[in-house]
Design a protein around this ligand. Structure first.
Ligand SMILES: CC(C)(COP(=O)(O)OP(=O)(O)OC[C@H]1O[C@@H](n2cnc3c(N)ncnc32)[C@H](O)[C@@H]1OP(=O)(O)O)[C@@H](O)C(=O)NCCC(=O)NCCS
Length: 181
């Protein structure tokens, strides 16, 4: 199902001064939507590895496997060559509900952060979704997660409400953010 996969190649115009890695590592990134039909065991290993390193309450492998089958869910990954193999650099999971995009999560491999990859993944997710008549995007974020909060503000999300004591592990509130696509 080529239309659904929407795989294409993109070169990023990342500001060189920000990069602290060998240039060849950054030459080529590729986006892919993965689902149960095209997700390899290695893809799942990569995602689970990034997930565990990124979240205090990470989704399990079983939960990601279920998500791959969820018809409203989209898992957008960014792949790159890393240590001689194609690996996932980051991913976003979002749900399409009516004309809304609900961002469930976004994460970037720790050693690849701060070079514009999360911004690129979000940009791609929003471009694909708005071409499919999705009009608005929403998400929840921990008030203490400043990198994520700043990322969302950079994309013109604004805080429209709060869910009190939303996060079980810390009892922290969630900020509810929205933007038009
Ligand atoms: C949040 C996260 C996805 C950002 O990924 P990233 O690839 O490093 O982000 P980018 O390099 O694309 O940065 C884009 C913008 O995000 C914001 N940002 C990213 N890291 C930041 C940091 N450490 N402090 C403050 N702002 C930050 C900035 O606004 C930045 O724009 P700028 O470079 O013009 O200042 C990454 O830190 C991560 O995976 N965190 C763990 C998982 C998580 O918390 N996910 C979000 C909740 S689901």
């Amino acid at each position: 199902m080529k239309a659904k996969l929407n795989v294409h190649k993109t070169e990023f115009n990342v500001h060189k001064a920000k990069l602290n890695v060998h240039k060849t590592e950054l030459d080529l990134y590729r986006y892919a939507f993965i689902d149960e039909g095209n997700c390899s065991p290695q893809d799942l290993d990569d995602i689970v590895e990034i997930e565990k390193d990124s979240f205090s309450s990470p989704w399990s492998r079983a939960l990601f496997s279920a998500e791959l089958k969820n018809p409203i869910s989209r898992i957008l990954v960014m792949k790159t060559l890393h240590q001689d193999r194609e690996t996932i650099a980051g991913y976003a999971v979002y749900w399409l509900v009516a004309d809304e995009l609900h961002l469930q999560k976004i994460a970037v491999r720790r050693e690849m952060r701060n070079r514009g990859l999360a911004a690129a993944i979000l940009r791609e997710a929003f471009a694909v979704s708005s071409s499919q008549n999705i009009m608005k995007a929403t998400l929840e974020v921990r008030a203490s997660n400043l990198p994520a909060y700043h990322l969302y503000r950079k994309f013109d999300f604004s805080v429209k409400g709060k869910r009190l004591r939303y996060y079980d592990d810390t009892g922290e509130d969630a900020l509810i953010m929205w933007r038009d696509l």
